[in-house]
Each structure stands twice: as structure tokens, then as C-alpha cells.
Ligand binder design. Structure first.
Ligand SMILES: O=C([O-])CC(=O)C(=O)O
Ligand SMILES: [Mg+2]
Length: 215
């Protein structure tokens, strides 16, 4: 059975721009949930922030991925849950070409990807479990578009903010992302004086607070 829900409301462009100036790991200094663990980028540096369009497929049938990619809009991010199968690839050159042609800004695939060089040539950024020549098929078994999914242990809802860089991806509800970019940037800016001090012999442990736990 196939479920095709409406496309989600897109995230505010200001939120995407603000988060785009910060590192995902700065958020990792502040929270412990909502990160896709175990995924790696198809190139570094990599950076994108956009609206989650979610897809869930059974391990070998990517029919729903091909349907969803046709539906992508500028600013969207394709997020695919392969029901725990990390070995097969549902995402190759033609899928990435289509995603890019629709204006999508990236993809997060909880499975492998194929046609690596072709996707790289399109300059399309992807986070995945790795690379594999073993692919999914168009079998018409089942699939769901724009339903809650899990990716790398994180729950993703359609319309969530996908905040990704070379280190990985975080998923946020749109309301959680308001003002977050400025907060992360302020935390990053606070490291500038620490660098100056460390260059002159100062202590990272004093800056971070680790020093107070010294025995
Ligand atoms: O067709 C697929 O699902 C994967 C692939 O090779 C492509 O996108 O070119
Ligand atoms: Mg191909």
C-alpha cells in the first residue's frame, strides 16, 4: 500500500539563512536528541538547511522515492527511511539529478547511495550510510511519503528543519528553530577570545570549565 500525504509547509527562509551560518555540532554542545547518527557526507565541506520531505520504503522497493523526488520544491530536503536496511541504495545519479532539477538543497538517506561520481558532478550534497552497488528496485510493494520517519535514530516529521553540515544532520521542529541560529552563532563567536588566549599560552580547560574538575 502507498500513502502520499500533502507536501509540508516550507520553513521560513530567514531560519534557513540564520542556521546556515552556524555549525551543527554547536547544537550538539547543547542537546542530545534529534541527530542522525552514523551517516556520512558524500563530500566535505557540505552544508545545507531546508524543509524535510520524508519517505519510508521497505528495504528493496524505492517506488515511493521516485514518486517523492518528482514532488520536491526549491528548498526541500529528501529524507529517506529504508526500514533498517543500510546495505541497499535507493539514491543514485538519476534520483539526485531529479532532486537537484527540482531545486532541492540536499538529501539524508538512512541507507546507502550509488552513482557516487555522478551525484558529486551535480554538486548535490547527500548524507548516507555509505556507498553500495546493490540497489533497490521499482517493485510497487509499499511506501509512504510525508509521514513521520526515523533516520539514524532521530524522528523526523515532514516539514521539520533539516540542519546539515560536514559533521552530520540535526532535525528540529520549525518552532524550535526560531532564534536558534543567532544563539549558535553567539556561542561560536564566544570562542574567538579563547583562541587568542590559547595562542598566547592560555588554557582550553579554563575556558570550557573543565579546569574546575581537576583533582
Ligand atoms: O534508480 C535508482 O533508484 C538509483 C539509481 O541508480 C539512480 O538514481 O540513478
Ligand atoms: Mg543510476
Amino acid at each position: 500500500m502507498f500513502t502520499v500525504n500533502d507536501m509540508p509547509r516550507q520553513i521560513d527562509e530567514g531560519i534557513a539563512a540564520e542556521l546556515g551560518g552556524a555549525c551543527v555540532s554547536t547544537l550538539g554542545h547543547l542537546r542530545d536528541h534529534g541527530f542522525a547518527l552514523g551517516l556520512r557526507p558524500n563530500r566535505r565541506p557540505l552544508r545545507f538547511t531546508g524543509t524535510a520531505v520524508t519517505v519510508r520504503i521497505p528495504h528493496l522497493d524505492s517506488t515511493a522515492v521516485h514518486m517523492a523526488v518528482d514532488m520536491l520544491r526549491p528548498g526541500d530536503v529528501l529524507v529517506v527511511d529504508q526500514s533498517g536496511d543500510h546495505a541497499r541504495s535507493c539514491f543514485g545519479g538519476l534520483v539526485s539529478f531529479t532532486a537537484k532539477a527540482r531545486g532541492a538543497v540536499g538529501a539524508v538517506i538512512d541507507g546507502s547511495v550509488n552513482d557516487h561520481d555522478e551525484t558529486l558532478a551535480y554538486g548535490f550534497p547527500v548524507l548516507s550510510r555509505g556507498f553500495s552497488p546493490l540497489t533497490t528496485r521499482i517493485s510497487g510493494i509499499e511506501g509512504a511519503i510525508n509521514v513521520p520517519v526515523t533516520v539514524g535514530g532521530a524522528v523526523v516529521h515532514p516539514g521539520d528543519v533539516v540542519f546539515a553540515d560536514s559533521d552530520g544532520a540535526a532535525f528540529l521542529r520549525p518552532e524550535e528553530a526560531v532564534g536558534l541560529g543567532a544563539l549558535l552563532k553567539a556561542k561560536e563567536d564566544a570562542e574567538a577570545p579563547a583562541r587568542e588566549s590559547i595562542a598566547e599560552g592560555g588554557s582550553i580547560a579554563e575556558f570550557s570549565g573543565a579546569a574546575k574538575y581537576r583533582p
